[in-house]
Design a protein around this ligand. Structure first.
Ligand code: PMT
Length: 222
């Protein structure tokens, strides 16, 4: 049996990858499937929490039982949904892969290729950093905020810098690649704490990493 150590708590989890539209048929996106975020939502619910799952483009994954699922397609929509749900949350875990940039312009009609003409350069603008924003401006005193860092190299050093920049309490650093972590059933990570702690999580099911995250969150809420 699972300890209901999150009973009476409201937790918010974001999952999946945002898509930033270019025109009605095209977008800039990423390889996140949402599996890690869904594992976090399922394990939190099993430990007694009320869970709001903000899901970005996670088609194919069934809604976890007993979890409130809010759909958000773009980074802007994900930000609105996370800010709203975080208002009364004890913890927020940002497992979603949020686009740092979006196309500066949205074309209302499909962008056409014209014979003999070079394509227009793609101009991007920055999206707001949701994790940094909710960490700097906590909706509640004592709210625990967890970020994820998807890195391809120099994983730990980059993770430590990212933790400081974002201002969250915990940062789950996982290595990603074309065939690593994204979409798979397994993950491997080190959870960095703002207190200097390092909790390695060996290669295994995404649920195991999720449970370690909730252990660390529950310790900080206690
Ligand atoms: O979905 P899966 O296929 O299971 O794969 C899981 C995963 C690899 C997507 C997941 O484990 C993961 O690492 N998620 C975070 C991916 C990411 O966007 O990393 P990042 O290093 O770009 O961002 C760092 C943190 O800032 C993240 O918590 C992200 O949610 C947050 N962020 C980023 C940009 C932005 N504009 N706002 C944000 O809040």
């Amino acid at each position: 049996a699972v300890e209901p150590d999150l009973a009476g708590r409201h937790v918010v989890v974001s999952a999946g990858g945002t898509r930033e539209p270019l025109d009605p048929v095209r977008f800039l996106g990423n390889r996140s499937s949402g599996k890690q975020g869904y594992a976090l939502a399922r394990t939190a619910a099993a430990r007694g929490a009320r869970v709001t799952l903000v899901a970005a483009n996670t088609t194919g994954l069934p809604d976890p039982a007993g979890v409130d699922v809010v759909q958000a397609g773009t980074a802007g929509q994900l930000r609105e949904a996370v800010l709203k749900a975080a208002a009364d949350a004890d913890a927020v875990v940002m497992a979603a892969a949020v686009a740092d940039f979006r196309p500066a312009a949205y074309a209302a009609g499909k962008i056409k290729k014209r014979d003999g003409q070079e394509p227009e350069p793609l101009v991007l603008v920055r999206n707001p950093d949701i994790l940094a924003e909710i960490s700097a401006d906590r909706a509640r005193p004592g709210q625990v905020i967890v970020g994820f860092a998807a890195e391809t190299d120099d994983v730990l050093a980059n993770g430590r810098r990212k933790l400081e920049r974002k201002g969250c309490d915990l940062l789950v650093v996982n290595e990603v690649g074309e065939r690593k972590t994204f979409g798979s059933e397994q993950n491997e990570a080190v959870v960095l704490g703002a207190d200097g702690s390092e909790t390695p999580v060996p290669y295994g099911p995404k649920e195991a990493l999720a449970d370690t995250v909730w252990d660390l969150v529950a310790q900080r809420l206690a």
